[in-house]
Design a binder for this molecule. Sequence first.
Ligand SMILES: [Fe+2]
Ligand SMILES: [Fe+2]
Length: 240
Amino acid sequence: MSPLPEINLAIHHPPRGGSDRFALAVTRLLRFVADRFFAKRYGHRAIVLETVAAVPGMVGATLVHLRCLRRMESDRGWIRTLMEEAENERMHLMTFLEICKPTLFERLIVLVVQWLFYLGFFALYLLSPRTAHRLVGYFEEEAVISYTHYLEEIDSGRSANVLAPAIARRYWDLPEGATLRDVVLVVRADEAHHRDVNHAFAADLGGGAPGDVAPYPWHAPEWDAEADALEPAHAPLAQG
Ligand SMILES: [Fe+2]
Ligand SMILES: [Fe+2]
């Protein structure tokens, strides 16, 4: 098993200027809506919110890619970082799908929210990439808090500490007897890394100095290729 990285749970970027305040206000509004809708249903919350969390990395990667082509300049490693973030968030989703199943209503919400959020985030990234990364940094601060609450639910016995699904054991190199608690710990460490990376990108775009970045947990490389080899039903997708 790979060691769990030490992370600082308390990081909050104090807003500086209108761009940061806008990003924080949007985050607080969405947090309020999520709290009302999901309350303490942390498994369902994780599933729906991870479908949203996996969008910004792909939008950012696309728009940075296009900008680098137009300007004929280096991406300084941003594209791979953002695509890795998108894949990692998708793996969070695939993991929590093994823990609980979304309701039909939640699936409908995901359909609507994906369109709204994709278009809205795309427009924001076109207008102000700095604000877009700050927004994701604040989203990730909230994700760290939410997963801390999820851990408290598990520790209090209100959520069953079931065995970790095989997909999670493989992706994070968890031992055979690993549990949901171990999964939430590595997911929270992922979110802390995304938090710091996005705040650092926002700082870079604003001409500031990027802060420290929480270390990323170990992840299985080339997950999708290996998964396709294991599950023939997915092969046509990979080849298509
Ligand atoms: Fe996530
Ligand atoms: Fe995240």
